[in-house]
Design a protein around this ligand. Structure first.
Ligand SMILES: C[S@@+](CC[C@H](N)C(=O)[O-])C[C@H]1O[C@@H](n2cnc3c(N)ncnc32)[C@H](O)[C@@H]1O
Length: 241
C-alpha cells in the first residue's frame, strides 16, 4: 500500500473518539470511560440535551440521565431518537432519583461549583455507592475550583485525572475523582491543575491557563488590595510543581 493510501485508510478507521460530542463533553466521556471496563453504570446529572448520556451508552451497560427540569428534558434529551439505547431519562433533583448500584460513575457538567457541591451530598453518594465522579464546572477560576476540590477531597475522594480545554472563550477543567479506599495510605490533597502540570498533551493549555490566572489574580489584588485565601494557596503551589 502506498503511503498516501495508508494515510487515507488510517483516517477512515473508526476511532474511539465520538463525532457526536463537542470537545468539552468529549473530556467528560473520556474520563468516565477511563474508570475501567468493569465499571458498568453511569449517571449524567443535569443531562439537559442528553448528548453525553446518549454517547455514554456506547461504552456503559446502563446509563441514566437526570435533570431537575422536565421542560429541559422534553425539549432536549427526550426529543432525540434514543431507540435501542440503554438510557433512562429521569426528572429529579441531583442524586435523589438514583438507587443503590445504579451509578458506578456520576458525571456532572455545565453547572457552577456551588450547585455541584449541593448535588454531591456525601450521604447520597454513600447510599447509591458511587465509586467515581467526573466533574466539569462552568467556573474555571482557581478559587472556585479550590472550593470544589476541597469539598470533594474533604469527603473522602481523591483526584485521579484532569483534562483542560479552551473553547469559545472559556477554560474547562474536567476532573475525575475516585473514592479513596478507607485503608489506603494518606494521600495529599491535590490542587486544581496539579495533574495537568505532568500531562504532556495538556501542559501547553494549562500553561496558558496558569499565566492568564496569575495575571488576573494580580490585577484583582491591585484593585481590591487583597487576595482570597484560596487564590493565595493556589499560587503558592505553582513554583513547586
Ligand atoms: C447548562 S445545562 C448543562 C447541560 C449539560 N450537562 C452540558 O454540560 O452541556 C445545566 C442543566 O442542569 C440542570 N440542573 C441544575 N441543577 C440540577 C439539579 N440539582 N439536579 C438535576 N439537574 C439540575 C438544569 O436544569 C440544566 O438542564
Amino acid at each position: 500500500m502506498t503511503r498516501s493510501a495508508l494515510a487515507l485508510a488510517t483516517a477512515l478507521l473508526p476511532t474511539v473518539r465520538s463525532l457526536a460530542l463537542p470537545p468539552r463533553l468529549q473530556h467528560v466521556f473520556d474520563l468516565a470511560v477511563s474508570c475501567g471496563n468493569d465499571v458498568l453504570s453511569v449517571a449524567d446529572i443535569g443531562t439537559d440535551h442528553g448528548l453525553l448520556a446518549s454517547e455514554l451508552t456506547k461504552h456503559f451497560q446502563s446509563v441514566i440521565g437526570v435533570d431537575k427540569s422536565e421542560h429541559a428534558l422534553q425539549g432536549g434529551a427526550l426529543s432525540r431518537d434514543n431507540a435501542g439505547r440503554n438510557v433512562d431519562f429521569r426528572v429529579g433533583n441531583g442524586l435523589q432519583t438514583l438507587r443503590r448500584g445504579e451509578a458506578d460513575v456520576v458525571c456532572i457538567a455545565g453547572m457552577g461549583v456551588h450547585t455541584m457541591c449541593e448535588i454531591l451530598d456525601p450521604h447520597s453518594l454513600e447510599t447509591i455507592d458511587t465509586q467515581h465522579l467526573v466533574l466539569q464546572p462552568t467556573n474555571s477560576r482557581p478559587k472556585h475550583l479550590m472550593l470544589l476540590y476541597e469539598f470533594v477531597e474533604g469527603h473522602g475522594w481523591s483526584v485521579e485525572d484532569e483534562c483542560i480545554l479552551y473553547t469559545q472563550g472559556r477554560w474547562y477543567i474536567t476532573t475525575r475523582f475516585d473514592r479513596s479506599h478507607p485503608f489506603s495510605s494518606y494521600k495529599r490533597s491535590s490542587l486544581p491543575g496539579s495533574i495537568l502540570t505532568t500531562k504532556a498533551s495538556m501542559y501547553p493549555e494549562f500553561s496558558n491557563y496558569k499565566d492568564h490566572h496569575v495575571q488576573w489574580i494580580g490585577q484583582d489584588k491591585r484593585h481590591t488590595g487583597k487576595m482570597s485565601d484560596a487564590d493565595r494557596r493556589w499560587l503558592e503551589i505553582l513554583p513547586r510543581q
